[in-house]
Design a protein around this ligand. Structure first.
Ligand code: GDP
Length: 165
C-alpha cells in the first residue's frame, strides 16, 4: 500500500456547512486556508491506495465538493457558478455535488400545513438537484455533517475518481 495525498476544495455559499464538513472528515487535522480569490476551505488527508505513488508537486486543488444546503435554495442556485469559478481557477478536476443538512428534512417543527409545503419544496429541490447533477454529469450525494451521514463516502468517491485518472 502506498500513501497519496490529494487536495480537495470545498466550495459553496456561506453557511452550507463547508467548514463543518472539513472538520468532520478530517477530525481536527484540518487547515483553514483562505484563498482570497474564491474564498474556499482547503483540506488534506492521507488516503491509502493500491496504486503507484504519485507526486503531489501541483499546488492547486485536485478534486472539488460543490456544496449546497437543503434549507437554502439560493445556495443550490449558486452551485453552477461555483463550479465555473473552480474550473476557471484550476481547470477540470473531479467534482461532486453535495446537498448538506438533509437531517433538517425531518426537523420541521411547524404547523402541519407548513410541513407539507416545506416537504414539497424540499422534494422539488431534490429533483432539481438530481437534474443538475445529470446535466453536469456529476455524482450527487446527500449528506448530514451533523449526523455524520455520507461524508466519508463523498471523499472516498473523489479519491477513487482521482486515482482512476
Ligand atoms: P460554511 O460557512 O459553509 O463553512 O458553514 P459552517 O460549517 O460554518 O456551518 C454553518 C452552520 O450550519 C453551522 O451552525 C453548522 O453547525 C451548521 N451545519 C453544518 N452542517 C450541518 C448539517 O448537516 N445539519 C445541520 N442541521 N446543521 C449543519
Amino acid at each position: 500500500e502506498f500513501e497519496t495525498a490529494i487536495k480537495v476544495v470545498v466550495v459553496g455559499n456561506g453557511a452550507v456547512g463547508k467548514s463543518s464538513m472539513i472538520q468532520r472528515y478530517c477530525k481536527g487535522i484540518f487547515t483553514k486556508d483562505y484563498k482570497k480569490t474564491i474564498g474556499v476551505d482547503f483540506l488534506e488527508r492521507q488516503i491509502d491506495s493500491p496504486g503507484p505513488k504519485r507526486n503531489n508537486v501541483q499546488q492547486s486543488a485536485q478534486a472539488c465538493v460543490l456544496a449546497f444546503s437543503t434549507v437554502d435554495r439560493e445556495s443550490f442556485e449558486a452551485v453552477e457558478s461555483w463550479k465555473k469559478k473552480v474550473e476557471d481557477e484550476v481547470g477540470e478536476i473531479g467534482m461532486v455535488i453535495v446537498q448538506n443538512k438533509i437531517d433538517l428534512i425531518d426537523d420541521a417543527v411547524v404547523e402541519p400545513s407548513l410541513i407539507i409545503l416545506i416537504c414539497l419544496e424540499i422534494n422539488i429541490l431534490q429533483k432539481e438537484a438530481e437534474n443538475l447533477a445529470k446535466r453536469l454529469r456529476l455524482r450527487f450525494y446527500r449528506t448530514s455533517v451533523k449526523d455524520n451521514l455520507n461524508v466519508e463516502e463523498v471523499f472516498r468517491y473523489l479519491s477513487e475518481k482521482y486515482l482512476e485518472q
